[in-house]
Design a protein. Structure first.
Length: 526
């Protein structure tokens, strides 16, 4: 009979896990050894939440599940931001933590936290593995990760149980498949037929279904402008005649102009968790997703839940009667009004955010993966970056947690081995700076672009808007050249567009781990 840790390694390997991200404690060494013996790679992170961010991105790129490992109390609680991200950003990540021997709970308190209570609000399921039931518990936890709306699960393993022999069973867990009713399809078609100005709104739930060709075909047949959300950027290429822009960054995102003037919303894989203001669109809404409209439920006139590609195919022959001034023409007008206005840098030796992103876009291939951290640079990057292919843009947007950007880029480059760009603020980079070591250890083609403004710019801007004094939002940055050299990354400091182009071209060509310090003019974010 296998031991409990062997059973765990066996079951996650069977579920397709070939890498675990984590930072172990003494209680994990038997499990770590079983991962080694099962040929599962272990990526040793420098901070536990990084492990969850990486497991999320790994899952999203491979269409699989992510796995992370930490020790008990301190390691588990250090993973909280990561798990909270996986919860609100709908990521199928299995977190395995250690735990104290159940016999000692109540007697011994050193490093002991009630991890079930800690993780229950931010997981789909949390349980302690017990030798008698571990096999079924692991099966259940793995099946839950991706059933319905994806999300994290937490299992804890008391060190005392690690080497107990356990009974292994394999219960096939049924994935519920929802049949799409002909009645619902007919109702959706009627709504579309009577719409003069339909709009498509896509969100984080397009992955892992990837119904991108069906989405494009349906939008084109309806002449419906497409608005994406940060986590679905690239679903329709940014240069497509029907692509409008990205929603979910501010209360007045420019794309609201198109959304507000539409008369029917086709919401596909949409999740209001990505919006910074409550949902209050009065138009008829057709809900298409792999999970029920829930949490919070928004008003919809028709709910189609199931395989998104099949649903979109079923709607493809909907009759259309859109206004002539809608569709491609309306999108073109909107773009012209918007893109004529972007500022260039006003401060000396500073580059504007638009110039920085435009030169990165011009010097990288269409399929380049971009990740962003959280702050003013995130809002600007989500609104301005032209994503040309699906699933090439990674951001924490449900939780919007700092520290995600760098770790996401590491996981993306590790999984794809392709040039990956991380756009991060200086404060966000400082939170996870230790992870720079992983880029060099794994020799990844990651370009870390740090927007140096010596400030929590987004928070400083909130002070300015309220006419408050700047207080507690500015800081001094380290010498980034020395940081790059200490970690073993190539380095360049950038003060204008041509320097940016030269540095990005060099980084892409060399595929070397690179840190680019961009002397940003934060006035350009506004
Ligand atoms: C872990 C975490 N702490 C705090 C915040 C709140 N917050 C959002 S943006 C921001 C400032 C980020 O500063 P920086 O990384 O330099 O980006 P900038 O706004 O300057 O572009 C803060 C503190 C957060 N989202 N996540
Ligand atoms: Mg900053």
């Amino acid at each position: 009979m296998p031991t409990l840790v062997e059973l765990f390694a066996d079951k996650i390997a069977e579920a397709g896990v070939d890498v675990v991200f984590g930072l172990p404690g003494g209680e994990n060494v038997d499990l770590l050894d079983s991962l080694r013996r099962w040929g599962i790679e272990f990526v040793l992170v420098r901070n536990e939440s990084s492990a969850i961010f990486m497991a999320d991105v790994h899952a999203r790129i491979t269409r699989g599940i992510g796995a992370a490992l930490t020790t008990l109390g301190p390691g588990a609680s250090n993973a909280y931001a990561g798990i909270a991200h996986a919860w609100l950003d709908r990521a199928p990540v299995l977190l395995l933590t250690a735990q104290t021997d159940p016999k000692l709970i109540g007697v011994h308190t050193h490093q002991v936290l009630d991890l079930g209570s800690v993780f229950r609000p931010v997981t789909k399921f949390t349980a302690q593995l017990m030798p008698d039931s571990a096999s079924d518990t692991i099966d259940y936890a793995i099946a839950l990760l991706k059933s319905g709306r994806p999300g994290p699960v937490h299992l804890s393993l008391p060190a005392a149980g690690a080497l107990k022999e356990v009974h292994s069973s394999s219960r096939p867990t049924r994935q519920s498949t929802r049949e799409i009713s002909a009645e619902d399809v007919a109702r959706a078609k009627n709504l579309l037929a009577s719409s003069r100005r339909p709009v498509v709104l896509v969100g984080l739930g397009l992955e892992p279904d990837r119904p991108y060709s069906q989405l494009r075909a349906l939008a084109e047949s309806l002449h419906a402008p497409v608005i994406d959300m940060p986590k679905s950027k690239g679903a329709l290429p940014a240069d497509h005649a029907l692509f409008v822009g990205t929603l979910g960054l501010t209360a007045n995102d420019p794309a609201y102009e198109i959304l507000d003037s539409s008369d029917c919303i086709l919401a596909i894989g949409f999740d209001v968790v990505e919006l910074v203001r409550p949902w209050r669109q009065p138009q008829p809404l057709i809900w298409i997703a792999n999970w029920n409209d829930q949490d919070p439920r928004i008003d919809s006139d028709c709910e189609l839940v199931g395989d998104i590609a099949k649903i979109l195919d079923a709607l493809l022959d909907s009759p259309v009667g859109v206004d002539e001034a809608w569709g491609e023409g309306r999108v073109q007008m909107w773009r012209e009004a918007r893109f004529s206005k972007l500022p260039t840098a006003s401060a000396p030796n500073r580059i504007s955010p638009a110039d920085a992103l435009d030169s990165i876009r011009a010097c990288t291939p269409p399929e380049v993966i971009v990740t962003t951290d959280v702050g003013s640079h995130k809002i600007f990057t989500c609104l301005h970056w032209k994503a040309m292919q699906p699933n090439t843009f990674f951001v924490s947007n449900g939780l919007s947690v700092m520290g995600f950007g760098l770790t996401a880029a590491i996981a993306a480059a590790r999984a794809t081995r392709e040039p990956t760009v991380c756009i991060t603020g200086d404060a966000g980079l400082a939170m996870v700076m230790g992870e720079l070591a992983l880029i060099v250890e794994m020799d990844l083609p990651v370009m870390v672009v740090v927007m140096n403004d010596s400030a929590l710019d987004l928070i400083r801007f909130a002070q300015t808007r309220k006419n408050l004094q700047i207080f507690g939002t500015e800081f001094a940055n380290p010498n980034y050249e020395a940081i790059a050299s200490a970690f073993g990354l190539s380095f360049a400091r950038i003060q204008n567009k041509s320097e940016c182009e030269v540095a990005v071209q060099a980084a892409v060509a060399s595929r070397r781990p690179t840190l680019l310090e961009v002397m940003i003019d934060p006035a350009g974010y506004r």
